[in-house]
Design a protein around this ligand. Sequence first.
Ligand SMILES: [Fe+2]
Length: 198
Amino acid sequence: MFSVEFKPDIYWVGSMDYSMRSFHGYSTDRGSTYNAYLIIDDKITLIDTVKAPFCMEMFGRLRTIIDPAKIDYIVSNHVEPDHSGGIPFMMQHCPNAKIVTSDPNGLKGLTGRYGEHDYIAVKAGDTLSLGKRTLTFVPTPMLHWPDSMVTYCPEEELLFANDAFGQHLATTARFEDETDLHEVMHQAKKYYANILMP
Ligand SMILES: [Fe+2]
């Protein structure tokens, strides 16, 4: 299981789904990628998870970096199960983790799907200190559901953009200059037209 350290102590730990062929009724001929990220700081933080069947794959990537039981926060930018499906499994293996989600819609959605956990509900501009780094939460309702938010880390100038700027594409390449940019933009256009524009 590879993980990708794209900034010091910040890793991509998601998974690729090569067989996914439809998403909310539109065709996804190149599959998709579920993005999850790990930040190692005084507080260890997982940003989003993956769709439930891919959870072991994400867990395997996490275990190449840390003991997942040490995770302090799981930031859930989006209730939809391609982002949050791994939460029940992770909560079994991360006994100390608090789940950070948007107030009120993320909290309502996650509680409805996964029941009571130790939630931190955040509003626009709320921050969470991880040690050297801070996370700031910004609601982005209807990109792509009412609960959606993005997470920004000012010290790294890094935006965890959730569904905004998304495209469905399964590939081991993690950076646009490693892949076919024409294909990336084609898939981004389809995603924008079908999911974000409405
Ligand atoms: Fe979504």
